[in-house]
Design a protein around this ligand. Sequence first.
Ligand SMILES: NC(=O)c1ccc[n+]([C@@H]2O[C@H](COP(=O)([O-])OP(=O)(O)OC[C@H]3O[C@@H](n4cnc5c(N)ncnc54)[C@H](O)[C@@H]3O)[C@@H](O)[C@H]2O)c1
Length: 391
Amino acid sequence: MEKIRTAVVGCGMISYIYIKNFRHLFSVIDLVGICDNNAQNAREKSELFNVPVMTMDEIKADPEIRLVVNLTGPAAHYPVIRELLEAGKNVFTEKMLCADFEQGKELVALAKEKGLYLGVAPDTFLGAGLQTARLLIDRGMIGEVTSARAAVNRSQALNSEIFRFIRNPGGGFAYDVGVYYVTALLSLLGPVRKVTGFVSESREHEARILRAGDFGKTWKTADSNLYAGSLLFESGAAATLHLDGESIDEEQSSLVIYGTEGILKLGDPNSFNGSVRLIRNNAPETVMPFTHGFTGTPLYGPETPADYGQHRGVGAAVMAWAMIENRPHRASADLGLHTMEILHGLDISSKEEKVYHMTTTFTQPIPLPTGYTDQILGGIRCDAEGSLVNG
Ligand SMILES: NC(=O)c1ccc[n+]([C@@H]2O[C@H](COP(=O)([O-])OP(=O)(O)OC[C@H]3O[C@@H](n4cnc5c(N)ncnc54)[C@H](O)[C@@H]3O)[C@@H](O)[C@H]2O)c1
């Protein structure tokens, strides 16, 4: 079976589950090297997963490495992705594509010019929850979609004590968390025509976690953490977006799709296993069984804190299968750029007090086929990978 020789750049927190899944879950990925400009981070993951450490120059110079997965923080995305594309590498990157819309456009144009694949997380829309929702919508279970509501809160300031990249550009609540909600809406409803919104400045935060090492210091995150927006989809559906990263850490997630014949209440899109509840004909809501694999079930026995990312990496695997078959892939750069433009558009709309008209679009990713399960014959390699193989 053809495999895609792959390297990972960025060996921080989220790399644990990516590297683990590349080593044990997605057979299409042949992980041959990992790289980090923090030598200790690279060494730790290298010893844990028995993967050689490489430098960026070695990765770029190795003609056998066809795919590089970028897991650096958002502020490093633009230079790292640009360098890799210029070296002729296909790139899959964690979210966001980068921290600036104009730079995002440049990266997408460069990938197209060079005929390279560029893929962008979040890939949670490929999980069982959102794929089941897509199937129900496509089969007309809620009739014509009229509107949607997406809302989530957190204390982004508190989180920025632990996840340092959140303090920098590209780490704001909309970019770090709102992106899961926007991507979920886009995967279910298609492209957006225009947006309007209010975005408020981030507030000052005083560090209060003793062990995080900044106790008593104050800072503001570089990006705004509070967005209230409206989106009008090309389909005519309307949606509201409420992202409050100045709230408390107890997260409340709400994602609801309304239609002429029913309502879908969906679980957290920042996971692979968000529940799917269907309401029809004034009947009580029904929890729908998942129709797809990638259900977020712990794959490696009792879940450790670092395993929480579940099926992360599926977006890169879907891209690797597309590379083998020379076809478009689902977690595309166009989808990532459109997501980014929506958040950028809300910033512009708020600043200039006007409706923002979208300039980018994307092809709605085709749904994954149903019927594949997470585990087969009790093994870790899952049957669900079969759902990524064809078109
Ligand atoms: N941590 C999470 O829970 C989580 C979840 C989903 C997605 N993500 C995304 O994953 C990415 C990484 O997040 P993280 O939490 O692992 O961050 P992190 O800060 O823990 O790790 C980033 C790593 O990248 C390395 N790095 C930075 N610039 C580099 C460069 N130019 N070359 C090589 N290495 C470089 C850093 O040394 C660090 O080890 C971000 O885009 C984030 O949005 C994180």
